[in-house]
Design a protein around this ligand. Structure first.
Ligand code: DX5
Ligand code: ZN
Length: 217
């Protein structure tokens, strides 16, 4: 399904109200919920672990899209799968054995994603295309929300061509706004993660901006 999907990143939500924030964005039309897991090692920031995904699961009706910015990845795959992740994405830069990691994610019953940092070429995923359901193209250096967009539309187009007729989503993560979205979709992206653009200025009590911004994207 290549229709455009919006995946709000709860990294930009109210950390004291994740359940309500997720319900609010879903009510406003969010297709997936994106969870940014950071370990203070692979990236210079700390966020959530499997217990948080488990706690959130009953509050999310849609797809739980779990983006692991951690190294190593393999020891935590089963815990995130058991916590209720639908998609687990690992970084190709996080270790020497991305092929094994992707096999393990599917083995745990989840859809498998592979993420590429801005400096990593499209060719890094060439030999795992049959093991994945999603490629996450980072358009910021991972670690923080609210950074400015790095234009990588040509990488997106290269990946879309490499994917051919396989059923693989191309997800964009970082600096997505109503201004940057159209060029990304034209290049072949079908899932747009958005943190600041969706949650900024909104709250669970007055979720107006969520829907407005998602529709604008
Ligand atoms: C960066 C995260 C992104 C980020 C996107 O490490 O993976 O998901 O939260 O946030 P915005 O949309 O604010 O750039
Ligand atoms: Zn992310």
């Amino acid at each position: 399904d290549r229709s455009l999907k919006i995946a709000p990143s709860i990294l930009a939500a109210d950390f004291a109200n994740f359940g309500a924030e997720c319900r609010a964005v879903e009510d406003q039309g969010a297709d997936w919920v994106h969870i940014d897991v950071m370990d203070g090692h692979f990236v210079p920031n700390l966020t959530f672990g499997p217990p948080m995904v488990k706690a959130l699961r009953p509050h999310v009706r849609t797809v739980l899209d779990v983006h692991l910015m951690i190294a190593p990845v393999d020891p935590y795959i089963d815990a995130f799968a058991e916590a209720g992740a639908d998609i687990i994405t690992a970084h190709v830069e996080a270790g020497p054995h991305i092929h094994r990691t992707l096999q393990a994610i599917r083995g745990a019953g989840c859809k498998a994603g592979v993420a590429l940092n801005p400096g990593t070429p499209a060719s890094a995923v060439e030999h795992v295309l049959d093991l994945i359901d999603l490629i996450c193209v980072m358009t910021v250096n991972p670690g923080f929300g609210g950074q400015s967009f790095i234009p990588l539309e040509s990488k997106v187009a290269t990946l879309r061509e490499m994917i051919g007729d396989r059923e693989v989503h191309i997800e964009i993560d970082g600096g997505v706004t109503p201004d940057t979205a159209p060029g990304l979709v034209a290049a072949g992206a079908d899932v747009l993660v958005a943190g600041s653009a969706v949650f900024k200025g909104g709250s669970a009590e007055s979720p107006g901006p969520y829907g407005a911004n998602m529709r604008a994207i």
